[in-house]
Design a protein around this ligand. Structure first.
Ligand code: ADP
Ligand code: MG
Length: 691
């Protein structure tokens, strides 16, 4: 920052107020310019800061003139005696600025222009005159003369006094003149000196200015330097603070690293310990491994022994299986090869209304569930003889079957009773299950049931299939592999129709194999099945095809027999055994009697066909029971188709389905009589079909 330079004043120069270090100015010293001095005058002596040099005022020196100097200063010393006419230079004034008066006093010298205020002492003026007392009376001439003499006297005295004074003044004038002469020389000297001093002064001032400038420059420079230094200082301060911050951060980092190092080293120590433990464990494991190797070889020999034992047990198991089959067959034979189950369906919907939900004409008296009592209940239409017959017990009919299923019996309970027959089919027996009964008695419900996905209503066919598959899987353990072929057909008016095909083909029943032991139907769709779902699919297809046929011919399903057949061929690679069985499930046409009279055309033809096939079925079964030489299989398509499943090595089960409705009494009675006839037949010992 530029500092403003102050104007250099004489005071500044003359005073000792220039404390600049390094100033070339010497300390001030007093100087006197008068020739002589008294102690009184010392105080008034002008100080000269530089006695070596002449000190000069900046202003030009005042013109020293006698008139000025003398005239201005008289009064102060007017009390001095006139004879003390000593001219002194009272004082040498300090250098002054322009216009300052140079004060010179000449003591004892009155001013020419202004007389002294008091006259010098002289002869006393007469009192009267002087006092201007009482004027003398005009008559007092003597007195007035005396006064005049006194005045004259006084005038003389004054005159002489003045004479003396005049002389004294003249003396002083002379002296002053000589002094003046002297002083004139001195003044010239002084003026010259003053000029020199002024010059010197100017030079000094110039130098001082230069010095001042220099100093100012230096000052500025120093100031700048100071500012720079301050700036540097503050930046250094900041750097220092930054560095301190960094240092503390580093210190923190270092302490963090130290703790990390400590952690790492403790972890290392831990790992080392673990490593040692692992090494120890490893060596122990190695030792154990060696032990294990011996153990393994020992166990291997044990396993080999066990395998041998298992193989032996399997062999025994197979022997047992063969034995079981033999025994099973024996049991079946003892039970008889034809069995009859009676099933009464429940009352449905509106049927419950008429009888309050109670089946009044049926009784199930025994606990074994084999007997069914059918009673002809009296009504208004009954005649006298009937009532008498009833009273005699003639209207009551007892029937005994292998099983009587009451209305509330579930599908699964029914299946439990036929499960063993299904097992027989896997064992290589031909198994035939019929459902016989009037239309609406529950044949289709029993055989097919509701949906295959509904465990409650699922019928015997899907349940039998389920069992075949699960048993075949179990038998795989014993070395058995099964090939399953499924087909489904219907016999309507003595004509075979393939239910697994939409095509209308002609189908013929043929006997093949040694001694016509095998029955085949030409052009029939036979599907090799691996899974249950495949069978479910084809059952659905058959149902669909039947429904289509139903729309073309009213009530066709009740006038046709539907036959589901599953051919099971098993082979056991381990035992070398083979077996072949056929499981046939037949939903027979409605057994209700069709009155020949009143029926004509198609309806009559149907009725005759049904009657023929159903009665022929009865005839065949009875011929088998009677061990007739001729069994009329060929009299109907159904019996011909089932030739190898009826009699001989076959097992036959007949469901007699009856309706609980009282109005169906007669048809129920007919069905039960037919079933009883079948039940009384002993078809003979079934023989396993083995190749
Ligand atoms: P069918 O085949 O002998 O003509 P259905 O099997 O068609 O007779 O049965 C006739 C009706 O009775 C069907 O609606 C069937 O669902 C029903 N039904 C048959 N048996 C039973 C039963 N045990 N439980 C429940 N409903 C049955
Ligand atoms: Mg039916």
């Amino acid at each position: 920052m530029e500092t403003q330079r102050k104007p250099l004043s004489t005071k500044n120069i003359g005073g000792s107020k220039l404390p600049m270090p390094g100033s070339r100015l010497k300390p001030p010293q007093s100087v006197s310019v008068k020739r002589s001095r008294s102690s009184e005058e010392d105080s008034a002596i002008v100080s000269n800061p530089n006695p070596g040099k002449k000190f000069r005022s900046e202003a030009p020196p005042a013109k020293m003139s006698r008139s000025v100097s003398v005239s201005s200063l008289n009064s102060t010393r007017s009390t001095r005696p006139a004879n003390n006419a000593m001219v002194k230079t009272q004082r040498r004034p300090p250098p002054r600025p322009a216009g300052a008066n140079l004060s010179v006093t000449i003591s004892g010298m009155p001013s020419k222009s202004a007389p002294p205020k008091k006259p010098p002492p002289g002869p006393a003026v007469p009192k009267a005159a002087a006092a201007g007392g009482k004027k003398r009376a005009a008559w007092d001439l003597k007195g007035r003369l005396q006064d005049m003499e006194q005045v004259l006297q006084h005038r003389d005295q004054v005159s002489s006094t003045l004479q003396v004074q005049l002389e004294s003044y003249n003396n002083r004038i002379n002296m002053l003149e000589s002094q003046n002469t002297q002083l004139s020389g001195t003044v010239a000297e002084k003026e010259q000196l003053s000029t020199e001093v002024y010059k010197e002064n100017q030079e000094v001032i110039r130098k001082l200015r230069a010095t001042q400038d220099e100093l100012d420059d230096m000052k500025r420079k120093f100031q700048r330097e100071i500012e720079d230094l301050n700036f540097s200082k503050s930046s250094l301060q900041r750097q220092k603070e930054n560095l301190e911050g960094e240092v503390s951060a580093y210190q923190k980092e270092v302490s963090g690293l130290k703790s990390s190092i400590a952690e790492v080293s403790s972890a290392q120590a831990k790992i080392g310990a673990e490593l040692e433990a692992t090494k120890l464990g490893l060596s122990q494991s190695e030792a154990r491994g060696r032990d294990k190797d011996t153990e393994i070889s020992r166990l291997n020999s044990v396993v080999a022994e066990l395998e041998r034992v298992i193989e032996e047990q399997n062999r025994q198991k197979r022997e047992h299986e063969t034995e079981r089959r033999k025994l099973h067959n024996l049991v079946q034979e003892l039970k008889g090869n034809i069995r009859v189950f009676c099933r009464v369906r429940p009352l449905l919907g509106d049927e419950t209304i008429a009888s309050d939900g109670v089946i009044h004409h049926m009784n199930f008296p025994d606990l074994d569930g084999r007997v069914m009592e059918l009673e002809k209940l009296g009504d208004a239409s009954l005649n006298e003889s009937s009532l008498a017959a009833s009273r005699r017990g003639q209207n009551k009919y007892d029937f005994t079957f292998d099983k009587v299923f009451q209305p509330e019996t579930t599908q699964s309970e029914v299946f439990e009773e036929i499960a063993q027959l299904v097992q027989s089919a896997l064992d290589g027996y031909n198994v035939c299950i019929f459902a016989y009964g009037q239309t609406g008695s529950g044949k289709t419900y029993t055989m097919e049931g509701g949906s295959v996905d509904d465990d409650l209503t699922m019928g015997m066919i899907p349940r039998a299939v389920q069992q075949v598959f699960s048993t075949a899987r179990d038998l795989e353990e014993k070395g058995w592999q099964y090939q399953l072929d499924a087909s489904m057909l219907e016999i309507y008016n003595e004509t075979i129709r393939d239910l697994l095909s939409e095509e209308d083909m002609k189908h013929e029943i043929k006997m093949t194999g040694n001694g016509s032991t095998e029955t085949i139907v030409s052009n029939l769709t036979v599907i090799s099945v691996q899974t249950e779902s495949q069978i479910h699919k084809l059952l659905k297809k058959a149902t669909h095809n039947r429904a289509v046929a139903e729309t073309r011919c009213n009530e066709r399903s009740s006038r046709s027999h539907s036959v589901f057949q599953l051919k099971l061929r098993g082979s056991n690679e381990l035992t070398g055994e083979n077996c072949s069985g056929i499981l046939s499930l037949v939903d027979l046409a409605g057994s209700e009697r069709v009155k020949d009279s009143g029926s004509e055309g198609q309806r009559l033809k149907e009725a005759l066909a049904i009657n023929k096939s159903l009665s022929n079925l009865g005839n065949v079964i009875m011929a088998l029971g009677n061990k007739d030489n001729h069994v009329p299989y060929r009299n109907s398509k159904l019996t011909y188709l089932l030739q190898n499943s009826l009699g001989g090595n076959s097992k036959t089960l007949m469901f007699v389905n009856v309706s609980p409705k009282e109005e169906c009494f007669q048809e129920t009675l007919n069905s039960l009589r037919f079933a009883t006839k079948v039940n009384q037949c002993n078809i003979g010992t079934a023989q396993k079909k083995a190749k």
